[in-house]
Design a protein around this ligand. Structure first.
Ligand code: IPM
Ligand code: MG
Length: 355
């Protein structure tokens, strides 16, 4: 029987609650589809930091490196300095595990979840490939004359040929594998950010190796407009770290909001990280009202990455079915008690599989 070692970090706010539901679902899948998960749970997050001063100790980081995947609920806490825990946990994994692809599927499962008029599930089915280790997130920033009237603050966007190329190549491979519109759209801002010329040139060069895939281009401002006006134009899109951060929140709204959008941070072939796109939502924490659907969708991506493609697809289809039948009333806060949703998904999975 296949066995996968995974790390589980519930994190802050609603993170632990939604993670519990996602783990219920993966455990049921292990049963139904016949594989084993060996989970190592870590207490890391803001509460743990406040209690112990520890963010992500090196010993734990070394253990994580040996695993197949990491599952993260959510982190972020208003009691901590801005970005401290995000940099210590999410960014540390993205950079130190070289998770160079941030894979963000945007798929509408049921018409009623979409805030746009007259858009059907077939109109919204795209994947944004967000380069995940460079750009404005590379950490090259500084201040001088801090606190003075003439203070200067800089943050350099960093792009390497290799970093850009591997993201673009992944997008082309994915468009081929999806076999849908077979199109890759480059989203950049080369007309103003001249360093994006590296993206333009690399995209053009890589595209020559994929004659079966068509290409398209949109500056990021226009891309935001087209995603709302004509989302059906997108299949796979590839973009920089910062633009990817921004357009995927927009994308999440097209598919029903933060209660459903999930993502994977990948280094293909190595330990990779899966998380819902939403944050820790401290005001909803501990009330059993957060939607765990995004977290459950992230677990579907994790199983897919562990080569349990059937299980990953079963989770996705189950959520889609429950939404279409109206058994899942919605993916908003308070639409269902958090734990009810995990139970509903598990029951449905088991009854479909008769296990
Ligand atoms: C995301 C988040 C993170 C990001 C934050 C928490 C640092 O918004 O994963 O999209 O900006 O990458
Ligand atoms: Mg974001």
């Amino acid at each position: 029987m296949n066995q996968y070692d995974i790390s589980v970090i519930g994190g802050d706010g609603i993170g632990p609650e939604v993670t519990t539901e996602a783990m219920k679902v993966v455990d049921a899948c292990a049963d139904v589809f016949g594989f084993k998960l060996r989970k190592t749970e870590y207490p890391f997050g803001s509460e743990h930091f406040l209690a112990t001063g520890e963010i992500f100790p090196d010993t734990a980081f070394e253990e994580v490196k040996q695993q197949r995947a990491v599952y993260l609920g959510a982190i972020g806490d208003p009691r901590l300095p801005v970005g401290k825990i995000e940099y210590g946990i999410i960014a540390r994994m993205r950079f130190d595990l070289d998770l160079y692809i941030n894979l963000r599927p945007i798929k509408l499962y049921d018409e009623r979840l979409c805030p746009l008029k007259n858009k059907q599930p077939e109109d919204i089915d795209m994947v944004i490939i967000r380069e995940n280790t460079e750009g404005a997130y590379a950490g090259m920033h500084g201040f001088c004359h801090k606190g003075q009237p003439l203070e200067v603050a800089t943050q350099t966007m960093v792009y390497t040929r290799e970093g850009v190329e591997r993201a673009i190549r992944y997008a082309f491979e994915l468009a081929r594998e999806r076999d849908k519109r077979k199109q890759v759209t480059l989203i950049d801002k080369a007309n103003a950010v001249r360093a994006h010329d590296l993206w333009t040139r690399t995209f053009e060069e890589v595209s020559r190796e994929y004659s079966d895939i068509s290409t398209d281009h949109a500056y990021v401002d226009a891309a935001c407009m087209w995603m709302v006006k004509n989302p059906e134009w997108f299949d796979v899109a590839v973009t920089t770290n910062l633009f990817g951060d921004i357009v995927t929140d927009l994308g999440a709204m097209l598919q029903g909001g933060m209660g459903i959008a999930a993502s994977g941070n990948l280094h293909p072939g190595r330990v990779s990280l899966f998380e819902p796109i939403h944050g820790s939502a401290p005001k909803h924490a501990g009330k059993n009202v957060a939607s765990p659907v995004a977290a459950i969708m992230a677990s579907s991506m994790l199983l897919d990455y562990c080569d349990q493609k059937e299980a990953g697809a079963a989770i996705e289809n189950t959520i889609a079915g429950l939404l279409r039948e109206g058994k899942l009333r919605g993916v908003g806060t308070g639409d269902h008690p958090t734990d009810e949703v995990g139970d509903m998904v598990v029951n449905e999975l088991r009854s479909t599989a008769n296990v």
